[in-house]
Design a protein around this ligand. Structure first.
Ligand code: PNS
Length: 166
């Protein structure tokens, strides 16, 4: 019987689509570890600590949801935590190839790791972090796409006059 699951990602920033998967995942497992990738090779809008802080703020009243950062291989982080289940969201056919490749590579590295794919709830099928950043930078509303804390952080981070988005 499995106990915990990892939900890894870049979360730059976390969206309502991610939150939907996390909360639904939390109904399946006693504990979900949201694992924020710290990748020095990838330029992100929010620093790792900021992404972790934002996600902790969102789930501060949900002790079942833990937030941590990791660097290096996901299989190593999972092994350190003694977790065998990885949750990923699968939005559309376009996600499939990337997710399939990643799952197979991880399984190759660690055969005991299982990937569990969850479909997003319908309103979030089009949503990803890149879209949120682009819409916000171009002056569109992201109110229905991210929680208020993310919208606030986007305002703090990006001057409307100089929207340098990654
Ligand atoms: O939100 P993302 O960017 O689609 O998440 C991708 C993530 C963080 C799950 C993936 O890049 C990852 O697990 N990176 C850690 C490095 C790793 O384990 N690579 C080997 C498997 S492809």
């Amino acid at each position: 019987m499995e106990s915990n699951a990892i939900y890894p990602g870049s979360f730059d920033p976390i969206t309502n689509g991610h939150i939907d998967i996390i909360r639904r995942g939390a109904k399946l497992f006693p504990r979900i570890v949201v694992a924020v990738l710290q990748n020095p090779k990838k330029t992100t809008l929010f620093a790792t600590e900021e992404r972790v802080e934002i996600i902790r703020e969102i789930f501060r009243q949900e002790p079942q949801i833990e937030v941590a950062s990791f660097h290096g291989l996901l299989v190593k982080f999972a092994a350190e935590r003694g977790i065998r289940i990885v949750i990923r969201g699968l939005r559309a056919v376009s996600d499939f190839e990337y997710e399939f490749q990643m799952a197979l590579m991880n399984q190759n590295l660690s055969p005991e790791l299982e990937f569990l794919f969850m479909m997003p709830s319908a309103p979030y099928t089009f949503l990803n972090s890149g879209v949120v950043k682009e819409v916000f930078a171009l002056g569109g509303s992201v109110r229905d796409l991210v929680p208020p804390v993310v919208e606030q952080r986007l305002h703090e981070k990006l001057s409307r006059d100089n929207p340098s988005i990654q």
